[in-house]
Design a protein around this ligand. Structure first.
Ligand SMILES: *Cc1c(COP(=O)(O)O)cnc(C)c1O
Length: 353
């Protein structure tokens, strides 16, 4: 028996996307870190990214990177290390993104103990207000880094369009170039990596507007959905339908669309709002908020209306569809980044490659 709900992944389409996008990046002398966080550390997925041509694998969780130890590319930790995991980071991670000197000092100390030199990318804050050292503090950081024998500054990087929604531009990425020139000149060293962001930086590449010194991007969403994320545009030459969700109908009845009785709060303490459409045919599907936020789902059958969900139930209005749905039928959904991230994290959702 097939298990439901399940996320169906077309690895061939993702492999094609990875080949296409890494080639496009390499033509501009840009290496790609393939970011796997949206697949909860799946080894199958990581292999596809490496086969497709990424030069590094990146993830925010050490637990995931650990699984890739037999894949022959450097592992990049793309979230700042926690102080409570320094040992694990030195053991399983080749390059980590950093912005706190006290954490880097601990990495230095632990790397010494393990007889290693740990590489870091120093993150620079350029407007998005998530991680990063303020540009005016970079020199102070450099003075301190210089005395750390077991840390190698592999490069610098920026993250945009994640927290503040700031769109990468020639101007803000050029600041990264300027800072790299300053570091290389003043400290007489060569930075191997100038990492210009994530899938939201692809639009600059497409418009030949990427500052020339940017030689690295960390890509996740674009590899899977074939989409840049500054404006949400589908990239020509990529597949956009490499993943879908399938869920089973467990009840199908004609019911009123407006609840009967006094309306209080739902199971999540919210006062629900209803549209009275009269009597409608309603399907209950076996998936719920524990697995996914329904506002990030879209039905493949455009005539269906997602009404709402509770912990384990999703209610869908099927009245207008040409398809005569019945109990036991499977309903398909398109996914976005948010729903894919949640679904792959739920142990109750089967993943099919
Ligand atoms: C998630 C993440 C990425 C990848 O972002 P996408 O939008 O999926 O390409 C890159 N860098 C960092 C630091 C991240 O957290």
């Amino acid at each position: 028996m097939t298990e439901y709900p399940r996320v169906v992944v077309n690895l061939e389409k993702i492999r094609d996307n990875v080949k296409f996008l890494t080639k496009k990046c390499y033509e501009s002398q840009i290496d790609v870190v393939g970011v796997t966080k949206v697949f909860s550390g799946s080894l199958e997925m990581a292999k596809v990214l490496v086969e497709g041509g990424v030069k590094y694998l990146g993830d925010s969780r050490v637990k995931n990177l650990k699984k890739y130890k037999n894949l022959d590319v450097p592992k990049v930790m793309i979230r700042l290390p926690m102080r409570s995991q320094i040992k694990e980071v030195i053991k399983h991670v080749d390059i980590s993104l950093n912005s706190e000197i006290s954490t880097i000092a601990l990495l230095n100390e632990e790397a010494g103990k393990q007889g290693k030199v740990h590489k870091i990318i120093l993150m620079i804050e350029l407007g998005d207000l998530r991680e990063g050292v303020l540009p005016e503090d970079v020199e102070c950081y450099m003075d301190q880094l210089n005395s750390m024998k077991n840390i190698k500054l592999e490069g610098i990087g920026v993250n945009l369009t994640c927290y503040g929604g700031i769109i990468p531009s020639f101007e803000n990425l050029e600041k990264l170039e300027i800072i790299s020139n300053l570091i290389e000149g003043k400290y007489n060293l060569k930075l191997n990596i100038i990492s210009g962001g994530n899938s939201s930086s692809l639009d600059l590449l497409w418009n030949n507007n990427m500052p020339p010194k940017i030689n690295n991007l960390r890509l996740g969403e674009s590899l899977i959905f074939g989409r840049e994320t500054a404006y949400g545009k589908d990239l020509e030459g990529c597949f956009h339908d490499s993943v879908k969700l399938e869920v089973e109908i467990i009840e199908l009845k004609e019911k009123k669309s407006y609840p009967v009785g006094e309306i209080g709060v739902n199971a999540f303490g919210e006062k629900p709002v209803f549209i009275d459409r009269g009597k409608r045919k309603r399907a209950i599907l076996a998936i719920g908020k524990q697995d996914v936020d329904h506002s990030n789902l879209e039905t493949m059958d455009e005539k269906l209306i997602i009404l709402g969900s509770s912990s384990d139930h999703l209610v869908v209005d099927v009245t207008d569809s040409k398809i005569k749905y019945k109990v036991g039928d499977i309903v398909g959904f398109k996914l976005n980044y948010g729903s894919l991230l949640q679904l792959t994290t739920s142990p109750y959702v089967k993943k099919t490659w």
